[in-house]
Design a protein. Structure first.
Length: 754
């Protein structure tokens, strides 16, 4: 996810600065014989580590030291430690920048390590330790401002820390032993050749590789073939990256074994008429030693594979010509067919591993779930008649009694109950096996059980009306905002209800959160077409989110920021259960289409809203664009009728009439694949109903009457077996005239995909 909020300590907030100024004073009270926050921070500078794991151990020890100090309620200590640690982090980072990108200065890595340790220790304390402090609630409020500023500061640095970590990993990888391994090989005999003056310990001998079986007839190799070869014969292949050093350093093809058998030869250093020896002597004159060593031993590799960007085919050809005159090679040199771009696309798939895909959600719900948890109220529910028929009895119209301002709840329930797939799920007797009481964000099944009982009573109990008192009580137990007797925004209720049901029934609600993309991975994703990127993101999302709510109501939209200065972009993909659409105010007649257009229109972020561009590394004027990337089976649309007037702080209602169709096609808002290649790649991924056409039918309209959400009244139009019904709490009107449905009070629309 994109972190747009970044602050640097150099221009940190006044309250943080004040804390820094009063630091001396505090240190005095902690006494000089004991560890002070600053001594713990400063120790970090005396180290040179061999691995990230070693660094993490130092982080752990620092966290423990701080932990010991705060166990007796010394919360000031932790605060001062955090401020100092982040201050030092900032200092080391600027030292690194002063040295420049060469990394030749030995202090360079020292500073990187120190920055890493200070950051990681702060992050661990903030994320994991502080929330566990006994007085956290009180602490949080007493230091609320500082706590939030620290959190924001630390979170805002995540991209930097990924860079630091990558840099350190590279350094650790370049350590002498690994370096030697890179240049030592004798693949045909599987024996390790020693360089003069070195002896290898057995643990660093390359594993014996399989015979090199693949036959390459052409002068190129396909992504799949290379991927296979790198897996089976990792040390038999020498990869030659024909792009700039900068691009190579950012990302290049590796075999994943941790031993990087690749070199970079920059296009500008290759000349027509060069020989392979010229490449070594001239083109690679300034390359790192181990790369030169790898190339020097090129005749020992089974295969040389070169690749470039799609725009430097000439360089690739030139390189191929040179290498094919080199008679020492075992085989003709080949190039990677679709270049680094093709590799990147496929790499993204490999991260997802085809067998790691979830089966379709629908299929999933018909199978036996993993959770077999019996919620508290299962006894009472088992007494009620259960249905096993796939067709629920929702065609019956039942009014819902108002318990005192609960019309906001009633109108939403009536609209939701029209989704038969959703309703049948709750009518099934074994729905409770899907309740995940371990779901981190769920209500331990309270709401799902309450909703199940309500659905049962509406569909099964005889009588013209139902009284949802037990459900309303469950709602107010889970969310204090929906206290009985108070009028609420029906859309907020809908949002809360779907969200809570999703979490209660989320099969993956206790899975560890999936790792955020690294900066590199994010760059790869950014280069992918939207259809593919959004599908990959959805698969990632499903690893933590799998429920009937996700299956029926959730879609996905993307938000893309583009820097106007350097044109670099950053896209985030977000799941939605409903779409909130703005209402264009500049025209007389507004249609649903106009609202979608407004939702998707370009927004310029200027002034205070400027974007911190990660490429320019400063705030820039940016263009923001939202778009829909995946469409659900039931599409819920919310009109943003309520706006805060900043001058007065009052909420005003936009009372515009918005026309909306009974039949809605969403095709033009759904981004199609742009090329044959993209389509082929998409076929490798689960489509999950993302196939046009996207034709929807209006099934429900929740209406709001009145000037504000805190007063006023809610009703609903719902289509039941072909006829429209009007629900005004317990009063039901059947067979309503069709022309009444499209009305000026419409607030939330429900469309079902055909
Ligand atoms: Zn930029």
């Amino acid at each position: 996810m994109l972190k747009t909020f970044r602050i640097s300590l150099n221009n940190c907030t006044p309250s943080l600065q004040l804390s820094l100024l009063t630091l001396q004073e505090h240190n005095a009270t902690w006494g000089s014989n004991h560890l002070t926050p600053s001594t713990i921070v400063k120790q970090s500078f005396q180290m040179t580590c061999q691995s990230v794991e070693e660094l993490d151990a130092i982080v752990e020890s620092k966290v423990r030291e701080v932990d010991n100090k705060i166990s007796n309620g010394n919360v000031d200590f932790i605060k001062q430690y955090l401020i100092q640690a982040m201050n030092y982090y900032d200092k080391y980072r600027s030292e690194v920048k002063n040295i420049g990108p060469t990394g030749k200065n030995p202090k360079y890595y020292c500073f990187q390590e120190a920055a890493y340790v200070n950051y990681k220790a702060s992050q661990t304390l903030l994320r994991e330790r502080i929330p566990k402090l006994p007085g956290f609630g009180g602490y949080k409020s007493a230091y609320s401002k500082i706590y939030h500023e620290l959190i924001e500061m630390v979170e805002g640095q995540e991209h930097e820390i990924v860079q630091i970590k990558n840099c350190l990993k590279k350094k650790f990888c370049d350590d002498n032993l690994v370096l030697r391994l890179k240049s030592l090989k004798s693949p045909s005999t599987n024996q390790v050749r020693s360089l003069p003056g070195t002896t290898l310990t057995s643990e660093f001998k390359p594993k014996s590789t399989k015979p090199f079986s693949i036959t390459i007839k052409e002068d190129y190799i396909l992504v799949d073939q290379l991927y296979q070869l790198l897996k089976t014969n990792p040390i038999d292949i020498l990869l030659v990256d024909l792009r700039s050093r900068q691009e190579y350093d950012l990302y290049h093809i590796e075999d994943g074994s941790g031993v990087d058998m690749s070199i970079c030869i920059e296009p500008m250093s290759i000349r027509n008429g060069y020989t392979a020896e010229d490449l070594y002597q001239l083109s690679m004159a300034v390359n790192p030693d181990y790369e030169r060593e790898l190339f020097k031993n090129r005749s020992q590799y089974e295969l040389l594979v070169c690749y470039g960007n799609h725009d430097n085919e000439a360089t690739v050809k030139m390189f191929m010509t040179i290498m094919n005159k080199d008679t020492s090679l075992k085989r003709r040199c080949v190039y990677l067919k679709s270049g680094i771009k093709g590799w990147n696309q496929d790499l993204s798939f490999q991260n997802l591993k085809p067998n790691g895909y979830l089966t379709s959600t629908t299929e999933y719900f018909s199978n036996t779930p993993r959770h077999t948890i019996t919620p508290k109220s299962s006894k009472s529910s088992s007494k009620l008649p259960l249905t096993t028929t796939s067709k629920p009895a929702t065609t019956r119209t039942v009014g819902i009694n108002n318990l005192g301002n609960t019309c906001y709840m009633n109108c939403i329930l009536q609209c939701l109950l029209e989704s038969d797939k959703f309703v049948s799920f709750f009518l099934q007797g074994d729905y409770k096996k899907h309740i995940n009481i371990n779901s981190r964000l769920g209500s331990k099944g309270i709401l799902a059980t309450g909703f199940h009982l309500l659905v049962l009573s509406i569909t099964k109990v005889s009588g013209k009306t139902v009284t949802p008192s037990s459900f309303a009580k469950d709602v107010s137990t889970v969310n204090k905002n929906f206290k009985l007797g108070q009028q609420q925004d029906c859309f907020e209720f809908l949002d809360f209800l779907l969200d809570s049901l999703h979490e209660d029934l989320n099969e993956c609600g206790n899975e560890p959160p999936i790792a955020e993309l690294t900066l590199e991975e994010e760059k790869h994703r950014e280069a992918l077409p939207i259809r593919i990127a959004s599908t990959i993101e959805w698969e990632r999302y499903l690893k933590n989110n799998l429920s009937i709510v996700e299956d029926v109501f959730q879609g996905q939209y993307f938000s893309r920021l583009e820097c106007t200065a350097c044109k670099s972009t950053s896209t985030t993909y977000n799941a939605f259960s409903s779409l909130s659409l703005p209402i264009p105010l500049d025209r007389q007649n507004v249609s649903l289409d106009d609202c979608f257009q407004a939702f998707c229109s370009l927004e310029v972020l200027d002034g205070d809203d400027r974007w911190h561009c990660p490429s320019c590394k400063k705030k820039q004027v940016a263009l923001k664009k939202l778009g829909i990337s995946r469409l659900p089976s039931v599409l819920i649309i919310h009109f943003k009728r309520f706006q805060v007037k900043w001058e007065t702080g009052h909420i005003i209602k936009i009372d515009k009439f918005i026309s909306y169709p009974f039949k809605l096609s969403m095709d033009k808002y759904w981004p199609e694949a742009q090329s044959e290649e993209e389509l082929r790649n998409l076929e490798k991924l689960p489509s999950r109903n993302q196939n046009p056409p996207f034709n929807y039918r209006l099934t429900g309209v929740a209406n709001h009457f009145g000037a504000r959400t805190s007063s006023g009244h809610y009703t609903a139009y719902v289509q039941k077996s072909g006829q429209w019904c009007y629900f005004d709490d317990n009063a039901v009107t059947n067979n309503v005239d069709r022309h009444k449905i499209v009305n000026g009070n419409a607030y939330v629309l429900f469309y079902r995909r055909k």
